[in-house]
Design a binder for this molecule. Structure first.
Ligand SMILES: [Zn+2]
Ligand SMILES: [Zn+2]
Length: 154
């Protein structure tokens, strides 16, 4: 069976996230425009710095619940890394779509809005009411990817 475009990009982002070094959850992000991949990202420490898996993670040590105190972790989120990669390489992502393996947190949601990303297609849920509200207010389309579902990018 030939994958739909959404299935195709979701399969790729599942491979991207395997590079993650987060102790908690591996997350991948893929920025796409006109069916072309513009940038990829996974969560982990800044380039060249020791990762949480080597030096430990304070969020893990303090048992911080999911979705809270992001600043305690040395890692960047997958969506942030994808946006930064585009900036670093001088790639225009205005008007693009972002595929994520996990629903974006509120920090990433704000960055997605200002990066000009128009649509979020995510797989795993992540309870963050504030990021839902940010997306709603900004008029960003947010779609949950359904396995074997009808991809709407034809
Ligand atoms: Zn960490
Ligand atoms: Zn995030």
């Amino acid at each position: 069976m030939r994958p739909t475009w959404d299935e195709y990009f979701m399969q790729i982002v599942d491979i991207v996230k395997e590079r993650s070094t987060c102790l908690r959850r591996k997350v991948g992000a893929l920025i796409v425009k006109d069916k072309r991949i513009l940038a990829t990202g996974y969560n982990g420490a800044p380039t060249g710095l020791p990762h949480c898996e080597e030096v430990g993670c304070l969020r893990e040590k303090l048992n911080v619940p999911s979705g809270q105190r992001h600043e305690l972790c040395r890692g960047l989120h997958a969506e942030q890394n994808a946006i930064i990669q585009a900036a670093k390489m001088g790639v225009v992502i205005d008007g693009s779509v972002i595929y994520t393996t996990t629903y974006p947190c509120v920090i990433c949601a704000k960055m997605i809005v200002n990066a000009g990303i128009k649509k979020v297609i995510y797989k795993g849920s992540y309870p963050d009411e504030m990021s839902q509200q940010i997306f709603r207010e900004a008029g960003i389309e947010v779609v949950k990817f359904e396995e074997n579902g009808e991809g709407d990018l034809k």
